[in-house]
Design a protein around this ligand. Structure first.
Ligand code: 5GP
Length: 189
């Protein structure tokens, strides 16, 4: 019986509602723990202070040198990284990270489960990005990146879920997690 925590990687382009869905998933299933990433990106207006650990490039680079990240990547000019996880953790861990990070995690932890969220349409994605106050130039960059990310997700064998309805998406994610646990002979949650 495998009792190690399972790593669940959630990826998907900006504007698919990843953070909202992941927040609800961990609220609904306290057996899951959401890792908090480090970033050098500025906090968006209205973004929660604890959405990330916001740091300077110098601080981020010092942590890279100290081998303090499970994975890290540069995304549209900023660093993002998952701090090294505490191996003694008892809850399964959710990582909400980009596909470059997902690739690194799968290399280190081949049992990790990858879920790729997609927006119902390009229009839907555009509207969400604009609503959260991204500058128009960033909106365009993120939309252009979406197809590239989706094909990387497919190549990594991700389970794709189209985020039509938040509740439904959360339940589909939970089903994927439960199936992976059963398939890997892990103890029930
Ligand atoms: P945003 O700026 O929209 O918050 O995030 C940009 C991208 O970086 C998203 O795809 C998000 O999932 C990803 N991201 C957030 N945290 C991490 C992390 O720790 N590592 C990696 N590789 N990507 C991350």
């Amino acid at each position: 019986m495998n009792t190690d925590p399972l790593l669940i990687v959630v990826s998907g382009p900006g504007g698919v509602g990843k953070s909202t869905v992941v927040k609800l998933l961990v609220e609904r299933y306290p057996e899951l723990w959401l890792s908090r990433s480090w970033t050098t990106r500025e906090r968006r207006p209205g973004e929660s202070r604890d959405a990330y650990v916001y740091v300077s490039r110098d601080d981020f680079e010092a942590r890279i040198v100290a081998d303090g990240f499970l994975e890290h990547a540069e995304f549209l000019g900023n660093y993002y990284g998952t701090p090294t996880l505490d191996e003694s953790a008892e809850r399964d861990v959710i990582l909400e990270i980009d596909v470059q990070g997902a690739r690194q995690v799968l290399q280190k932890e081949p049992d990790a489960v990858l879920i790729f969220l997609e927006a119902p349409s390009r229009d839907d994605q555009l509207q969400r990005l604009r609503r959260r106050g991204d500058p128009e130039e960033k909106v365009a960059q993120r939309v252009n990146k979406a197809e590239q990310e989706a094909s990387a997700g497919r190549e990594l064998g991700a389970q794709t879920i189209v985020n039509h309805d938040i509740d439904d998406t959360v339940e589909q994610m939970w089903n994927v997690i439960e199936k992976a646990r059963a398939a890997q002979g892990r103890t029930g949650l």
